[in-house]
Design a protein. Structure first.
Length: 248
């Protein structure tokens, strides 16, 4: 079943109005018919509004609201992925998979060892594209919210942004056998309603000064095992561990 996101005002007492680019997608790409069922979310209340298409207008699709599902598909804790800007199009893959795994917000971070440097014009264009990827991934994975892609932050800004979060983690090379036990304890300490920050470095890792700043700010080092993971794998691994803990 296809899912779409709308503004809360578009969900009315017994009907739902779909506007914008989704109208063309429903009409001309998916070629849906009157009577076909779709799922709608407003990105706020985490409910699924099950509807049937009742009519096609020039600039809208009108749907009959049939029932509302409240099945709690979102993770019970909010995960914030602070991702050091990677090379090429890796950020697109990172955003797509992080959204599928349940990340609440993704913050691109410009670190000292980042090869990619975005000026203001490029940054605006990239953020728009990344947000579109997040929305598409949220639809595909039946999320109830669309995770926000924040503007690019410096490492210092990212540390400040995460300051009040309940748990702040940074994968860092450590003695694996000993560190994995502590990492497991940290993952299992996360509770419903917590905000968890995950800091992932770019291809070259974090600079020593950035690591020191992170430790000073209470960001806790964890181990991801004996093998060295790529930047696009490290975030997925950490989120997946948290997802497993929170959903079992």
């Amino acid at each position: 079943m296809y899912q779409f996101f709308v503004e809360p005002s578009q969900i009315q007492q017994n009907r739902v109005i779909i506007t914008g680019t989704d109208v063309n997608h429903i009409k001309n790409v998916l070629r849906m018919k009157i009577g076909e069922e779709i799922a709608v979310s407003n990105g706020i209340d985490q409910k699924e509004y099950r509807c049937a298409i009742s009519s096609f207008e020039e600039d809208m699709v009108v749907c009959e609201l049939r029932f509302v599902k409240e099945d709690g598909l979102e993770l019970p804790a909010k995960i914030y992925l602070f991702q050091g800007l990677p090379k090429a199009d890796k950020m697109e893959l990172i955003i797509q998979k992080a959204v599928e795994l349940g990340a609440y917000e993704i913050i691109p971070v410009s670190c000292k060892r980042c090869v990619v440097k975005l000026d203001e014009k490029k940054q605006k264009s990239k953020i728009q594209r990344w947000q579109g990827i997040a929305e598409a991934a949220a639809k595909q994975s039946k999320r109830r919210v669309i995770p926000q892609i924040k503007d690019v932050m410096s490492f210092a800004q990212a540390v400040e942004y995460a300051k009040e979060m309940n748990l702040k983690l940074i994968p860092y090379e450590m003695q694996a056998a000993e560190a994995m036990t502590e990492t497991k304890k940290l993952i299992e300490s996360v509770r419903v309603g917590d905000e968890v920050a995950i800091f992932i470095g770019p291809e070259g890792g974090f600079d020593e000064a950035e690591v020191a700043k992170a430790f000073e700010a209470g960001i806790v080092p964890i181990s991801l095992g004996k093998r060295i993971l790529r930047t696009e794998t490290a975030g997925f691994t950490t989120i997946a561990w948290l997802m497993y803990h929170l959903e079992t």
